[in-house]
Design a protein around this ligand. Sequence first.
Ligand SMILES: Nc1ncnc2c1ncn2[C@@H]1O[C@H](COP(=O)(O)OP(=O)(O)OP(=O)(O)O)[C@@H](O)[C@H]1O
Ligand SMILES: [Zn+2]
Length: 708
Amino acid sequence: MDGGLKPPLIACQAIFRKKDLKHTQWIRVALDVPLAGPFDYRVPASLKAAKGQRVLVPFGRRELVGIVLETMESPSYPEDQVKDILMVFDDLPALPQDWLDFGQFAASYYHRPVGEVLLPAMPSTLRKPGSYTGKLSKGGPVARLDRRKKTGKTPEPPEDKMYVLNPEQQDAVDAVQAIEGFKTVLLHGVTGSGKTEVYLHLALDVLTKGKQVLFLVPEINLTPQFEQALLARFQQVVGLDGIAVLHSGLADGERLKAWVAIQRGQARVVLGTRMAIFAPLQESGLIIVDEEHDASYKQQEGLRYSARDLAIWRAHQLSIPVVLGSATPSLESWHHANVGRYLKLSLTKRAKTTYMPAIKLVDTKQLKLEQGFAPVVLQSIRERFERGEQSLVFLNRRGYAPVIHCASCSWMSQCPRCSVYTVMHRMPGHGNVLQCHHCGYYGRVPVKCPDCGNQDLEMLGRGTQRVEEFLRDVFPDACVERIDADSTRLKGSARQLFDRVHSGEIDILVGTQMVAKGHDFRKLGLVCVLNADAMLFSSDFRAPEKLFAQLVQVSGRAGRHVAGGEVLIQTAYPEQAVYQALIRHNYDTFANASLEERKITSLPPFSHHVLITAQAKTVNEAMQFLQETKQQLITEPQLAGFQAVINMYDPVPLRIVRVAHVERAQLLIESASRPVLQAFLGYWLPLVQDIGRRHRIRYFTEVDPLEI
Ligand SMILES: Nc1ncnc2c1ncn2[C@@H]1O[C@H](COP(=O)(O)OP(=O)(O)OP(=O)(O)O)[C@@H](O)[C@H]1O
Ligand SMILES: [Zn+2]
């Protein structure tokens, strides 16, 4: 048995207790429970626990795995109330102090208990008592992993196409390499400008200095492409095990393996989605955040963190550079670069073709559309197909039809649990079903109207499935495939589909935002965008920024390796500023004008937001609760000083007010100063908690929300 793994000590603890009292090592432990703590424990003489080690502790009637945050002279409770820990796990090196500090920072900034930050960051096997105490534990998950024999030969690395950097790329590399200590770099490079090559050159430099590189990408389906590039370039340098990948799509064992390699310092390059920001790196030299503007860096449940923002804090903490790359930087980052807080580096040309694709607007107002397609769009797809080039049809709506409708009584396929319509999906083998994209509800498609009995129910609108079906009809000789959350549900299926696009087998690809970003499609000549207008009139002040970014990204998939790339955007509002900036490839003008508007209206980045979202049986209860919390600013004497510097809006119901029988409302808090807002939250959130308890209401707090 591994040295540190002792059988549970519950039985022998009583014997030790008396003579142990002089010894007394006290520790403070982080536990994944929704309570603030602190949780203090005593370490019996038979054990030794150091900071950053995991320990097994009794908690109420349960036993939990926690992380030692501190060792102390004395506990913060009377000693006889402090319980003994049961085990210490020393099968891995202690988690580094800077990692603990990082977790503490995230906890305080996002106002969550530290245990809810640190423990969920780890693979589940390392924080489940059962993985160590059960009959089959055999020394714990790490020992089991280490015993697993390596079989087979190490695969050869993929072929590496290292390019001679063009002058812009070289300048960017030189500028980052010249940085000493911490600096945030914004690498603004147009789509296809070869940002990846810049990252790889920077990474090589850092690796040869013996440091680790952390590489963040926004989506799981971008990891295989980057993993291949990293293996091609670095497998010879750091070995196969020197490259670790972390994302939520990994099986438990794979995630454990990657984590262990990182914590032991064996992994030199860590590639991952947002969760990888919590990798316990030992000696990191560089952090790269690709597509830094992407909303996927924001976690939308539990600890609602932004991995991009945390990456900057982490780099500052470690005194290393952090490179944020994007063709469409977030307005926050763009602003920081404009005022000189970040170093702005630009790649203005494409690396391969030198041409940006021609972006054209197809005005659909006067046109008769066929299944949502303008005739010129279908004609263009046909021409590309005949020339052997690929086309991408982008439609950000999955399913077959967004709603079923009865023309005679106006019945609609409303979700019984939510205030949205259910979407009709074709399920191979199951026929047609109605599915709610918010609560997961499934139902049959009625054969006749449930209200009036009319048998002619209509399918309104179209999603990717219907578009795929239509294109298969129109182009029977073409290979038409669809990539969206439905077609890639099975593990590995997304990768297979993307491989088929890259190999050129697929002629026409229909896809949602899954296909829109990051991918370097070689044979893709044409991109068609069907329902861009859907995002045009959203109430969210970030909607134009998001729409612009999305359209630039998807347009950027066209003509990366072939000349003559073209993008056709169907719209009924071609005069809108977003579209006009887009056809001119003018990010700078769009961003600067948007920032000007934000400044006038005091919106981020010129102010800072916190959002409280309350959930109750009725929206009125949620609103009342929020109203009462808002009232504190006026009635609570200790908050009086904040009245002039904190702005609270009126509570409002969410746009989709009911999801899964729960109604929601939100309260937006704003301040021109981040430290002031943080100080205010420190006083105000405990009051909110008390009111929440009284109202028996669930709510969550979101610092720097992306959607309001
Ligand atoms: N110096 C170079 N010479 C020739 N080709 C290059 C050079 N640098 C990169 N490339 C190639 O250009 C293509 C586009 O590069 P890459 O995918 O890195 O673009 P990107 O800037 O990340 O774009 P996006 O923002 O759209 O993801 C790739 O096929 C890459 O191999
Ligand atoms: Zn629903």
